[in-house]
Ligand binder design. Structure first.
Ligand code: CUA
Length: 301
């Protein structure tokens, strides 16, 4: 408001002076060319120094306010670590040990302190309805705080161009009542659901045999401890596939597994017919493999 009123005063003063000058010194009929002058050292120095003083003075409350609003409020805080990847979000709750992806569950009304770093290039964390943007860099930690005051689903998006599928680097913040949040956390800490149908059982074996375990963790599945891709222990319980690219359902899972690069260009998920062998190993999944994997992954609520 200080900046606003100072700017408003300058705007009005300059505006009045300009209008007065235009009217008062308007060229009259029959008048010749006025006296031509060039430069005025006093004026030049004046209109250089005065703005320096005004802007210098305004910088003090501005910087103080910047520091004030970037400081999280006192009281209960929950820290969440976010690691940005091309093109998904790894989310860790250091207090409970929960690791998930692309969905930040948060208790409503609690100050959330997000500590961020990147695994590859520069990304930017942005949930327009909850907070400003914060850039995320490899080899550096940046942080931001927000508080969701209403139970709701808030849309988030990477806001720094980070490659081919930057636009598909979405996420969601799910603000829940504290009891629901606690229940969610407990569920995440549990091992993956055991397969119940023959397809699910076969899908679990395919997941191991085809090498999916090299990149993905599914807690409770022997050998599935990869950390290159998202943790899939409870992936069926998430709302979307591939960081908000598509809704979570069996049809979309099938489409995703059939050709991940068609769905999300440039990603390093395996089995893309278009993929280059050295970046994306093509695991040549058969239709049956895919059906079983879909049943298995979808059951991991
Ligand atoms: Cu990550 Cu754009």
């Amino acid at each position: 408001m200080v900046t606003f009123w100072v700017a408003a005063f300058i705007f009005v003063t300059v505006g009045i002076g300009l209008i007065y000058t235009v009217i008062r010194f308007r060229r009259k009929p029959g008048q010749g060319i006025p006296k031509q002058v060039h430069g005025s050292t006093k004026l030049e120095i004046g209109w250089t120094i005065v703005p320096i003083i005004i802007l210098g003075a305004l910088a003090i409350p501005t910087v103080m306010t910047e520091f004030y609003i970037s400081e999280p409020p006192a009281g209960d805080q929950l820290t969440i670590n976010v690691v940005a990847h091309q093109w998904w979000w790894e989310i860790e709750y250091p207090e409970s040990g929960v690791i998930t992806a692309n969905e930040l569950h948060v208790p409503v009304g609690t100050t959330i302190n997000v500590e961020m770093t990147s695994n590859d290039v520069i990304h930017s964390f942005w949930v327009p309805k909850l907070a400003g943007k914060m850039d995320i860099f490899p080899g550096k930690t940046t942080s931001l705080w927000f508080r969701a005051d209403e139970v709701d689903e808030y849309f988030g998006q990477c806001a720094e161009f980070c490659g081919e599928s930057h636009v598909w680097m979405k996420f969601r913040v799910l603000a829940e009542p504290i009891s629901e949040f606690e229940a969610w956390q407990q569920k995440q800490l549990a091992d993956a659901a055991k397969p119940t149908t023959p397809e699910e059982t076969q899908g679990a074996s395919t997941f191991v045999a085809k090498g999916c375990i090299a990149c993905h963790t599914i807690s409770g599945v022997l050998g599935a401890a990869g950390v290159i891709g998202p943790n899939l222990t409870h992936m069926g319980g998430r709302g979307t596939i591939a960081a908000g690219t598509m809704e979570m359902n069996q049809d979309n899972l099938r489409e995703w597994l059939s050709d991940p690069n068609e769905v999300k260009p440039g990603n390093i998920m395996a089995n893309s017919p278009m993929s280059l062998a050295y970046t994306n190993p093509n695991f040549a999944l058969t239709a049956e493999d895919i059906n079983n994997l879909v049943a298995f992954l979808h059951s991991l609520k």
